[in-house]
Design a protein around this ligand. Structure first.
Ligand code: ADP
Length: 480
C-alpha cells in the first residue's frame, strides 16, 4: 500500500502545534507497519535551514504556471522519505509558516497552501515525473483541503482521506482571492468550497474526501451538531457514515520521562520520587519559591480562547491563595499575554509566565508540575493531557472532545476501583474550573492517594500503535 501523507507542518522539521506532532509521528509508525509512505511538506526557509544535508531535487513540476521543485530528504532520525515543495512563496520567507511576527496571517497564504495542495493532487494522480504514485492521498487540515477537491476532478484520483485536527481553522478567503487562484468555477458553490460568500479550503476535504477522520471519537460526535460543528454540522452530519474518530497517539520516544533529554532527572513509575527533582529544578529556573508543600500547576499551549483562558484568568489569584504555584508557557492573544504578565509581575515567587515557544521548557513543565491545566472550551484531541498522563502530572481538563475520551475523573467511584487518572469538570465557567482545581489540590495533599492516581495515569497506553492500526484498516477496507 502506497500512501502520500501531506500536512503543513511536521515535528521536528517545523512545528507550531499538535498537527506537527501527529504528522511527525503517525507516518513513521505507518511505515514501520509496512505502508510505503511519503510525507509531503512545504520547504519553508527555516525548515531548509534546520536540515543538515542538502536535500536532493527529485523533480520539477509546473503547477498552474508556477514552477516548483520537489526536494527529497528524510524525516530526522528516521528513514521516512520526505518530499518538500520548494517555491519562493514557501521557501523565500523565514519565520512562522502562517503569520508574521505580529500574528497577522501572511497575505499570500491562499497562494502558498494552494501550491502545496496542487503538488499533492498532481503527485497523487500520477502527473509528475516521480516514479511513484499513491493508492491513498491523506490530507490534514485546511492547508491541504483543496488537494482532495482537485484530485477528485481527475479520473486517476486515488482513495482520499482527510483528517480534521481543528475545525475552527477553515482557511477562509474572499471571492477575489478565489478568482486569483484560478480554480475551476464549479468549486465556487455551497456544495463545494463556498462558505457564506467566502471560499473555505477546509471544505475541499470535508466535501470531497472518501473518508473524513478526526482525532478523537468524542470530537467526531460533537462536530455533527451545533455548536461544535461551527456551521459545518449540516455537512458533517450528512457525511456521518464517512466520518471516523481515531484518537491521536503520542510519540512515546520523545515524550518519555525515563529518557527525556530535556529534563533534569529521569524517572518512571518505579522511581517516581525522583520526579520531585524536576519540580525543584523548574521552580529554580523560573524564580519561583522552592516549595515542596504546595502543588505546582502547569499550562503549556496557545494563549487562545479555545484553551480556556477566560476560565482561568479570573481565578488565578484565588488559586495562588489555596495555596498553589502556577507556571504558564505559551504565546497568543495580546490580552491574555498581558493579563498573565501582570499577575506574574505581582506575584513573581508564585506564578511564572513565559511568553515564548520553548520545546525544552514544555518538557520540563510536564516533568516538574504536579497538575496540568487544560480547561479547553473545545479540544479535538489534545496532546498535552496525554503527555501529562505519561509524566504522572495529573491532567485537569474540561469534559470535551478528546479530553473527555482520555482522562478519567477522580470521583469516589473511579478512585475506589482504581481507574481515575485526573480531574474532569463540565461547565465552561471560572467557578467550575476553580472548584476542580480545589478538588485536585485536596487530592494532592493525600500523598498515598496521589501516588495511586499517578501510577494509574502513567500506566495508560496512548502510543500510536493502536491508532495506526485503525488508519491502516481504514485505508485497506476502502481501497479494497
Ligand atoms: P493545539 O494543536 O490545539 O495547539 P495540542 O495540545 O493538540 O494543541 O498540541 C499542542 C502541542 O504544541 C504540544 O506538543 C505542546 O507541547 C506544544 N506547544 C504549544 N505551545 C507551546 C509553547 N509555547 N512552547 C512549547 N510547546 C508548545
Amino acid at each position: 500500500m502506497k500512501l502520500l501523507f501531506t500536512a503543513s507542518e511536521a515535528y521536528p522539521l517545523i512545528k507550531t502545534g499538535g498537527l506537527a506532532d501527529v504528522a511527525g509521528s503517525l507516518p513513521e509508525v505507518l511505515r514501520q507497519s509496512g505502508v510505503d509512505v511519503r510525507l509531503l511538506l512545504p520547504a519553508y526557509a527555516d525548515l531548509l535551514d534546520s536540515i543538515d544535508t542538502v536535500p536532493a531535487t527529485v523533480v520539477e513540476m509546473d503547477l498552474a504556471g508556477q514552477e516548483v521543485r520537489i526536494l527529497e530528504t528524510r524525516l530526522p532520525d528516521t528513514p521516512l522519505v520526505t518530499w518538500l515543495v520548494d517555491h519562493p512563496l514557501l521557501s523565500g520567507r523565514p519565520g512562522n509558516p502562517y503569520h508574521d511576527a505580529q500574528g497577522i496571517p501572511w497575505p499570500d497564504n491562499a497562494e502558498r497552501f494552494m501550491l502545496l495542495s496542487r503538488a499533492a493532487a498532481q503527485i497523487s494522480c500520477g502527473h509528475s515525473d516521480l516514479d511513484w504514485r499513491p493508492d491513498v492521498l491523506h490530507c490534514n487540515d485546511w492547508h491541504t483541503g483543496p488537494a482532495i477537491a482537485l484530485a477528485k476532478m481527475d479520473e486517476r484520483c486515488p482513495l482520499t482521506v482527510f483528517t480534521i485536527h481543528n475545525l475552527a481553522h477553515m482557511g477562509l478567503f474572499d471571492r477575489d482571492t478565489f478568482n486569483r487562484l484560478q480554480l475551476p468555477e464549479q468549486l465556487w458553490s455551497d456544495d463545494a468550497l463556498e462558505f457564506y460568500d467566502n471560499c473555505s479550503f477546509l471544505k475541499g476535504g470535508l466535501v470531497y474526501a472518501d473518508y473524513i477522520t478526526t482525532v478523537s471519537p468524542g470530537y467526531a460526535e460533537e462536530i455533527c451538531y451545533a455548536p461544535g460543528g461551527m456551521g459545518l454540522e449540516g455537512l458533517l452530519g450528512a457525511r456521518r457514515d464517512r466520518l471516523v474518530g481515531i484518537l491521536n497517539g503520542i510519540d512515546a520516544g520523545t515524550w518519555n520521562p525515563a529518557t527525556d533529554a530535556y529534563i533534569e532527572q529521569h524517572y518512571d513509575a518505579a522511581s517516581l520520587d525522583a520526579k520531585a527533582l524536576n519540580k525543584s529544578a523548574l521552580q529554580q529556573s523560573l524564580g519561583l519559591a522552592e516549595r515542596t508543600d504546595q502543588p505546582l500547576l502547569g499550562f503549556v499551549g496557545r494563549l487562545a480562547e479555545q484553551k480556556g483562558l477566560e476560565l482561568m484568568l479570573p481565578v488565578l489569584e484565588q488559586i495562588l491563595e489555596l495555596p498553589a504555584q502556577l507556571v504558564f508557557l505559551g504565546t497568543g492573544e495580546t490580552d491574555y499575554e498581558q493579563g498573565l504578565q501582570v499577575l506574574a509581575d505581582t506575584h513573581p515567587r508564585a506564578i511564572a509566565v513565559v511568553l515564548a515557544y520553548n520545546e525544552s521548557l514544555a518538557h520540563r513543565i510536564e516533568a516538574g508540575a504536579d497538575i496540568f491545566l487544560m480547561p479547553s472550551l473545545f479540544e479535538p484531541c489534545g496532546l498535552n493531557q496525554l503527555y501529562s498522563l505519561r509524566y504522572g502530572t495529573l491532567p485537569l481538563v474540561r469534559a470535551v472532545g478528546g479530553l473527555a475520551d482520555t482522562v478519567v475523573d477522580a470521583d469516589a467511584e473511579a478512585v475506589a476501583n482504581g481507574t481515575a487518572t485526573g480531574f474532569v469538570f463540565r461547565k465552561p465557567g471560572p467557578g467550575d474550573f476553580l472548584a476542580a482545581v480545589q478538588r485536585a489540590c485536596q487530592h494532592w495533599r493525600d500523598r498515598d492517594g496521589w501516588r495511586a492516581l499517578q501510577l494509574t495515569a502513567m500506566a495508560q497506553d496512548f502510543s500510536w500503535q493502536q491508532s495506526a492500526e485503525r488508519y491502516i484498516e481504514l485505508y485497506r477496507s476502502a481501497v479494497n
